[in-house]
Design a protein around this ligand. Structure first.
Ligand code: LMR
Length: 335
């Protein structure tokens, strides 16, 4: 006869089998999670959190290997590697999906579109966010989440107070046509470059300046090779966490469920630290005294907004006038 205790232990074993559905001797499923920033950033910490939770919730049936700092691949290569299945997971900047043919993500790059993280949330957590992720499916990619970084500052070796100050400066950008149009509207010369090459390009004068959230600028030591920075918060930089679709769909459903849970919790974590990480990075750069920081005055901001307005018109064909209108409606803005 089955005792209550035996029944309980059988139920426990059944639950475990359902959880991981893997014999103890089997090799773990490996997820290579490649990214281009330092471990000590919102994305770097989010990836580590996902690893911790994924391995815990699957009882070791999944092993997550995180490769930071472009150790495995640079910006463009990592997307190709994901599609080929050489890595399983990435969190590229939303500004880097154009070369993949999903340029609608560049809507996040529109200058002065969002007024802080609350605005951002309205897009990423609503229908627009969902619909953008779904566009990745026919590229062999599944979008799992949006992870925050922050709002960008402009840096160079000369002060950047008004649009005139950008005239002729070579400015490094991510591979987004909207960012290209943004720099051109300011009179600068945009140069697309992989993230891992930016520090050296700034140091050697290959480019004069760049834009990035403080956490990226600080962890790459860009402030050591940039004399001036303007806290303009003119645009947003954040991520879509993505997986190879064939890999994801081919997972045991019980494991996939555990990984989704790990991703949901890692997302809450990553998005809860991004703002403070950026504030701390900005404070640390200010304290270092290497870069002189300038806050835009209201008048200067108005000049930037005016100079950047044509970008909307110019780029509406690229991301879709409808999409821009939807975003404006959700944000309740006429920007
Ligand atoms: C950049 O290239 O500046 C960023 O996309 C890097 C990153 O992943 O935050």
């Amino acid at each position: 006869m089955l005792t209550r205790r035996t029944l309980a232990s059988l139920a426990g074993a059944a639950a475990l089998a359902l959880t991981v559905a893997m014999p103890a001797w089997a090799e773990p499923v490996v997820i290579k999670f490649s990214h281009v920033v330092a471990p000590d950033t919102p994305k770097g910490k989010g990836a580590e959190k996902f690893k911790e939770l994924a391995e815990k919730y699957t009882d070791g049936a999944v092993k997550v290997e995180v490769y930071p700092n472009s150790q495995l691949y640079k910006d463009k290569e990592e997307l190709e590697a994901l599609q080929l299945g050489a890595v399983q997971m990435l969190a590229p900047s939303l500004a880097k999906f154009g070369p993949l043919g999903v340029q609608q993500f560049e809507v996040f790059d529109l200058p002065f579109l969002m007024n802080g993280y609350d605005d951002l949330r309205k897009i990423t957590e609503g229908e627009i966010g969902k619909s953008l992720l779904s566009k990745l499916e026919d590229k062999g990619i599944t979008g799992l989440a949006y992870w925050d970084n922050g709002f960008k500052i402009m840096s160079a070796n000369s002060p950047l107070h008004t649009p005139d100050d950008f005239l002729g400066l070579k400015m490094r950008i991510q591979s987004s046509k909207i960012l290209e149009a943004e720099m051109q509207a300011l009179g600068a010369v945009p140069q697309v470059m992989a993230f891992s090459e930016v520090y050296q390009a700034l140091q050697t004068g290959v480019v004069d300046g760049t834009e990035n959230p403080p956490s990226n600028m600080y962890t790459q030591k860009m402030h050591e090779v940039q004399k001036h920075a303007t806290v303009s918060n003119h645009g947003y930089l954040g991520y879509a966490v993505i997986v190879n679709k064939a890999f994801w769909d081919g997972l045991n459903p019980a494991i996939r469920e555990k990984l989704s849970q790990a991703m949901d919790e890692a997302t809450v974590y990553a998005n809860s630290i991004a703002k403070q990480e950026n504030e701390a990075a900005l404070a640390a750069m200010k304290a270092s005294g290497k870069t002189e920081f300038h806050d835009l005055t209201d008048e200067e901001r108005a000049e930037w907004v005016e100079a950047l307005k044509p970008v909307y018109e110019e780029m509406s064909g690229r991301v879709g006038a409808d999409l821009i209108e939807q975003v404006r409606t959700v944000l309740g803005t006429t920007n």
